[in-house]
Design a protein around this ligand. Structure first.
Ligand code: HEC
Length: 104
């Protein structure tokens, strides 16, 4: 009788173990989704995206690009290009990137 109880407990533990496994599986597929959406950045904006990440986070952390409209980014980039000592081409690449992901 005791052995049956032990067996039942074991089965329950195994079942519980299986149902727990399905939770991390879900988070893995969610992670894949975010990776995908990051990878969607078109080739033409990749340089701007990389420059933005390396040049624009030092003083205040990276600002959300969708916090500002495309029009609002223009004067901000004029100020920040000076702050970050960007070349004209770096400024143009970053501007194209932030405007592409700006507030609609
Ligand atoms: C040398 C430091 C420095 C660097 C580098 C820098 N910033 Fe700034 N940034 C500031 C300061 C200081 C402010 C707040 C004063 C202001 O708005 O001019 C600011 C403010 C901002 C704001 C908020 C503006 C607003 O009107 O609310 C944005 C957006 C921004 N920066 C984006 C950028 C981007 C994009 C880059 C890269 C090209 C960058 N920053 C690089 C110092 C910096």
């Amino acid at each position: 009788m005791q052995r049956k109880f032990l067996l039942l407990t074991l089965v329950l533990i195994v079942l519980a173990g299986c149902s727990k496994k399905s939770i991390p599986d879900k988070s893995v597929s969610k992670k894949n989704q975010t990776t995908k959406s990051v990878a969607i950045i078109p080739e033409s904006l990749k340089l701007g995206s990389r420059l933005y990440a390396t040049k624009c986070g030092n003083c205040h952390g990276l600002k959300r690009t969708d916090e500002f409209t495309s029009a609002a980014w223009l004067p901000i980039m004029d100020r920040m290009a000076v702050e970050a000592r960007l070349s004209e081409s770096e400024k143009a690449s970053i501007l194209a990137y932030v405007q592409a992901y700006s507030k609609k």
